[in-house]
Every structure is written in structure tokens, then in C-alpha cells.
Design a binder for this molecule. Structure first.
Ligand code: FAD
Length: 474
């Protein structure tokens, strides 16, 4: 996946069957789907792939135990089905994780066991492990850091976990192998229209080189997550917002603060949400929060009160007390929550995502979650194919394996980038040569995950990565 080759494809193509705006889970999923159906597909992302919400998730592939408590059975069932395809199609980027919910009151043990048993039963034949009751002693054995005072037992259940930005790179690469042109650092700036007022193309800006392009398209998909309203507003000045962004923050800590291989589910935080502490890439990710945000920004910052909230709720379940100074990294992302109430009459609402077709035929797909990206992509591509009057092709993505570009054996793999982490100089070069990393942050945050895992360690190696970026042509 070389950027120069994809730029050449952009320059040489007179007309695209569909152009997708946004290189997160939804857009890249749509690019793979469309290309695999044989449609001539272009995807543009104005920053790096996954730079938005899709690298900042809790990294769970799940049906959503919280939705179950809200009685949203169909939503959970659909997501559990998607969980199965996700795990099956991306085995190198995913794994199944056992979760434990420690319980301190006997009646709650029964309540949560029934709930989580139902959660498993809803997945039917696609279950990834059966829910079971644990004694207090067993919970303490499996989760040595958990608070044991008053512990009555626990419930163990299973869900999926993955590397979110890695999955975006894998989707981009796999889409490219099916013939899609995928470009990071290319911004969709404005729309082109036919004489009937329908969208017929886009003006693009390559933010890496400053070059501008005009492209012609049969259909345009707006998969810009929390920025969906910006494009819809550019298309129609009378547009009323459909997305309500909500910020979620996570902390990353060393495994010594939460030992073992099991993830923790805290069923009810002080604000009535769930909180997870999940082992991930040799660290533990703890989160998340839910703070409504007036306006979407590209680099959302965690509030100090969110960090305190997470520490306070996590510490209630732990024997030792985690302090702010022991946190290795903090990251925040914006959920693209759809204003379902306002949309009922104007949009086709599908589970917790929305597919909206504007007067101009702009197709907007937003909301949902990482777990359901494949289904969202399928819905958007079906609609785009109809609007562009393309021959109908069945969605093939339930059976398409998704993977990152293969690494070749190289002695550079012996050269560590940082003594405390397994990443090597060869990994950095691979990210630049084959995964379109253009900046230090592209490499350290989204190809390697060092910046998410340990901010100080990432800072220590920035200069080394910069040197590599100077030396490799893309
Ligand atoms: C805190 C948090 C935790 C979460 N945890 C989970 C979880 O554990 N499991 C789960 O299933 N889901 C989870 N989610 C939900 C999931 O992360 C999102 O639903 C998903 O990542 C949204 O993907 P997207 O592609 O729609 O949006 P994004 O990833 O935001 O992608 C949109 C892209 O569009 C680009 N863009 C914007 N304007 C333009 C333009 N003009 N031209 C070109 N590109 C443009 C942006 O730069 C961005 O990269 C979580 C979300 C949050 C916030």
C-alpha cells in the first residue's frame, strides 16, 4: 500500500463508481465492501486513517451488555452476530477475552448471572464462550488485584477485543488488494453538482502535497463520524444536525495495577454506566466516560474530572489504589451518537446507526459502533450502488479475511525501537513503506500503538522515527 501508487490511481481515473469520505471504521469498511463487489472505489481521509474516533475506542468487539439492561434485545443480537464475523475474518487483530464481574451482594450475583447468561444465549451458535458463576475464592484467584472484602462471587462471560487502528490499516490494505484507491491526508472540500442538483463529484485537497483534484462519482458516501453534519451542512445550508458527539476517556496503566488475564466489568459506576479494565497489548486500558460535547473537534482532550472519575470508580474495585501519576497514557474519543428522536421521520434508522439520503443524493452513514462497522458499510454500499445505478452485487464481506500488509523477514527486526517494548526499527520502516504512515504520530500512535500505551516512552523515540521518515520515500 504505497501512497504514491494510490495518488497515481487518483490522477488516472476519470470517474469513480463511488467516493467515500472518511477513513475510520465505517468508511474503510465501505471501501472494502464496494471494491470487493467490483465497484471502482475511492476513499479519502483528511488526516491519517483511524485518526478520529476509530483509534480511540475501548477496543471491544461486543454486543453491549449495557444495551441488554436497557432491553434493546435486537440491537444486542445484531451486534453479537457481527462480533462473530469480526473475530472470524480478522484473527491476527482480534482475540476472545474472558470478563469477570465481581459481585458483593448475593441477590446481584443471581441478577447479573441471569443477564449475562442471556447475553451469551442471544449469540446462539455464534457464542464465543459460555457465561458461568464463580465463587469468591475463584474470582480472587483469577483477578489477584480485585477487592476481596465483602466479595460474594462473580460472573464470567466472554467478548472480543482488537487493535482498532490496526484494524483500520488492515481494512485499507485489504480494500486496496481488491482494487480500491485509499488515501490518507486527502480532504473532501466541497461537492460538485449536476444540472439537476445531484452530487456528481468532489473537490479534494491533498494536504501532504498541496495538490488539488476534482473527481467525478456515481455516488458519494459521507462516513465522517462526528463530522457528518459538517458535510451535510456544506451540501445543504438548511441542514439540522443529526449527530450529538459524546466524549469518552480512557486511562492506560501498567499490568501491576491490575494483574491477570481477565478483564474487569464494573456494572454500575457512580453515574450509572459500565466501566471496563481490559488487558491490552501488555498494559491495561480502563474506561470509559460519557460527556456530551457541543462541537466535534479532531483532537478531543480528556477532562481532569473524567480522569478522577475513572480512578475513583476503578479504585473501588481494587485492593491497591491507582494514582494519577501512575497513569501511562490518557486518550479521549468522540462517539457519533445519532439524534434518533429528531430523525424518525427523515432517515432510515438501522439499529443504532442512521443512513440518510439527502435531496442531493449525498449518502450519510453515522452512529453505530466499531463492532457493527461491516453491517453499516453494507447498508451504505447497497444504497450507493442503487443511487449510482450500478449493477447489483451481493455484499461479500462476511467471508472476506482482513489483514495488514505482510512483513518480510529482515535483520532489522532485531533492532528494538525502545528497550521496554517489542517494536523494532523494521516495524517503523514497514509502517512508512507499506502502511502509508507519513508522520511520527502516524507511526507511533496508529501503526505501532506506543503513543497510546506509554506516552513518555513514545516521546523518547520520536526523533528516531523522524530520522526514518526522512530516509524512506513513499
Ligand atoms: C470512548 C469510545 C469508546 C468506544 N468503544 C467502543 C468499543 O469498545 N467497541 C465498539 O464496537 N465501539 C466502540 N466505540 C464506537 C466506535 O469507536 C465508533 O462508532 C467508530 O469508531 C466510528 O467510526 P467512524 O468511521 O464512523 O468515525 P471516525 O473513526 O471518526 O472516522 C471519520 C473520519 O472522517 C474523517 N473526515 C472528517 N471530515 C473529512 C473530510 N472533509 N474529508 C475527509 N475525511 C474527513 C475524520 O478525520 C475521521 O477520521 C467507542 C467510541 C468511543 C468514543
Amino acid at each position: 500500500m504505497r501512497r504514491s501508487e494510490h495518488i497515481a490511481q487518483l490522477q488516472q481515473t476519470a470517474r469513480w463508481d463511488m467516493v467515500i469520505i472518511g477513513g475510520g471504521a465505517t468508511g474503510l469498511g465501505a471501501a472494502l465492501d464496494a471494491a470487493a463487489r467490483g465497484y471502482k472505489t475511492l476513499l479519502v481521509e483528511r488526516f491519517d486513517f483511524a485518526q478520529g474516533t476509530s483509534s480511540r475506542s475501548t477496543k471491544l468487539i461486543h454486543g453491549g451488555v449495557r444495551y441488554l439492561e436497557q432491553g434493546n434485545i435486537n440491537l444486542v443480537k445484531g451486534a453479537l452476530r457481527e462480533r462473530f464475523f469480526f473475530l472470524k475474518n480478522a484473527p491476527e487483530l482480534t482475540r476472545t477475552v474472558p470478563f469477570i464481574l465481581p459481585v458483593y451482594q448475593v441477590w446481584k450475583l443471581i441478577y447479573f448471572w441471569i443477564g449475562l447468561k442471556l447475553y451469551d444465549l442471544l449469540s446462539g451458535k455464534l457464542s464465543v464462550g459460555s457465561t458461568r458463576l464463580l465463587s469468591a475464592r475463584r474470582v480472587a484467584e483469577l483477578m489477584p488485584s480485585v477487592e476481596t472484602q465483602g466479595l460474594r462471587g462473580g460472573v464470567m462471560y466472554y467478548d472480543g477485543q482488537f487493535d482498532d487502528s490496526g484494524m483500520c490499516i488492515a481494512l485499507a490494505h485489504t480494500a486496496a488488494t481488491y482494487g480500491a484507491t485509499v488515501l490518507n491526508y486527502v480532504e473532501a472540500q466541497s461537492f460538485l453538482y449536476s444540472s439537476e442538483g445531484k452530487i456528481s463529484g468532489l473537490r479534494l485537497l491533498d494536504r501532504h502535497t498541496g495538490q488539488r483534484y476534482e473527481v467525478s462519482a456515481g455516488a458519494v458516501i459521507n462516513a465522517t463520524g462526528v463530522f457528518a453534519d459538517v458535510l451535510m451542512g456544506a451540501d445543504n445550508p438548511e441542514h439540522k444536525p443529526v449527530v450529538k458527539p459524546s466524549r469518552g476517556t480512557h486511562l492506560v496503566v501498567d499490568t501491576s495495577f491490575f494483574e491477570g488475564n481477565h478483564a474487569l466489568l464494573i456494572p454500575r459506576t457512580t453515574d450509572g454506566r459500565v466501566l471496563f479494565a481490559v488487558p491490552w497489548m501488555g498494559k491495561v486500558v480502563i474506561g470509559t466516560t460519557d460527556v456530551p460535547v457541543e462541537e466535534a473537534t479532531a483532537e478531543p482532550l480528556a477532562g481532569e474530572e473524567e480522569v478522577d472519575f475513572i480512578l475513583q470508580n476503578f479504585n473501588q474495585y481494587c485492593r491497591t489504589q491507582l494514582r494519577r501519576s501512575e497513569v501511562l497514557s490518557v486518550f479521549a474519543g468522540l462517539r457519533p451518537l445519532v439524534r434518533m428522536q429528531d430523525l424518525r421521520s427523515t432517515a432510515h434508522l438501522l439499529r443504532d446507526h442512521a443512513l440518510i439520503v439527502s435531496e442531493s443524493s449525498l449518502i450519510t452513514i453515522t452512529g453505530g459502533k466499531w463492532t457493527t462497522y461491516r453491517k453499516m458499510a453494507q447498508d451504505a454500499v447497497n444504497k450507493a450502488a442503487a443511487i449510482a445505478a450500478l449493477p447489483f452485487k451481493k455484499c461479500p464481506t462476511r467471508r472476506i479475511a482482513v489483514s495488514r500488509p505482510a512483513k518480510e523477514p529482515s535483520p532489522e527486526y532485531a533492532l528494538r525501537l525502545h528497550p521496554a517494548y517489542p517494536y523494532t526499527i523494521a516495524d517503523v520502516r514497514h509502517a512508512i513503506r507499506h502502511e502509508m504512515a507519513l508522520t511520527v504520530e502516524d507511526v507511533l500512535a496508529r501503526r505501532l500503538r506506543l503513543q497510546f500505551l506509554d506516552r513518555a516512552a513514545a516521546q523518547e523515540v520520536e526523533e528516531r522515527v523522524r530520522e526514518e521518515l526522512r530516509g524512506v520515500s513513499v
